[in-house]
Design a protein around this ligand. Structure first.
Ligand SMILES: [Zn+2]
Ligand SMILES: [Zn+2]
Length: 200
């Protein structure tokens, strides 16, 4: 496999080779020199601009070459892969909120750099999923807080009810005791007789 460095340019137009259209990829002529096809099509007479040998337009060969990936891109690829792994491994139930926050900040910084957000749509999508997961975590902790407040209120209410219950039992017992005392006072035979004797 022949690789073309991103800095390689056509010697006529001096533009870097591009794979956007097949006319801008490297093309060889019979002398062996290589140019972009757009330039070759415009050469009159058709002589090689470097060695002046004549060539025929129908013998121009499109070269099957690949673009050379310079190491910065490989580094970026590695960074993207690493980020994807971290996002995937830290979106589970047991991930601490701080860790989620840390990864989100890191991913955001990376996506904002050098247009990574558009060149790595998968990382961007994974980032969005983690953002959604964080908001679900927030909702859940709100619910948990609400639930524990409700539990505390229920607990207080039960305690109050128990206290009320105890008070009413006490009142009832006192009333019963009072009624007994009154009954004893009213109906005691000696007490009744003495009341009659004193004309009560
Ligand atoms: Zn050219
Ligand atoms: Zn030539």
């Amino acid at each position: 496999m022949l690789l073309i460095h991103p800095d390689s340019t056509c010697d006529v137009c001096l533009d870097p080779y591009s794979w956007a259209t097949s006319d801008n990829t490297p093309h060889a002529i019979s002398c062996g020199h290589v140019f972009c096809n757009t330039c070759l099509n415009h050469l009159r007479p058709p002589h090689c601009p470097l060695c002046r040998k004549a060539f025929t337009a129908d013998r121009v060969k499109k070269l099957h070459v690949d673009r050379y990936d310079p190491s910065p891109t490989n580094d970026t690829e590695n960074e993207a892969r690493e980020l994807m792994d971290r996002i995937a491994l830290n979106s589970g139930e047991n991930t601490a909120r701080e860790t989620v926050e840390e990864i989100l900040n890191e991913a955001k910084r990376w996506l904002d750099r050098d247009g990574h957000s558009s060149t790595y749509p998968a990382v961007h999508a994974a980032f969005s999923v983690l953002v959604r997961y964080r908001s679900l975590l927030e909702v859940r902790s709100d619910h948990e807080r609400e639930l524990s407040e409700l539990r505390a209120r229920l607990h207080r209410r039960r305690a109050m009810e128990e206290e009320d219950q105890m008070n009413s039992t006490l009142i009832e017992q006192n009333l019963v005791r009072e009624v007994r005392v009154t009954t004893v006072l009213c109906c005691h035979p000696v007490l009744i007789r003495s009341s009659v004797a004193y004309g009560a």
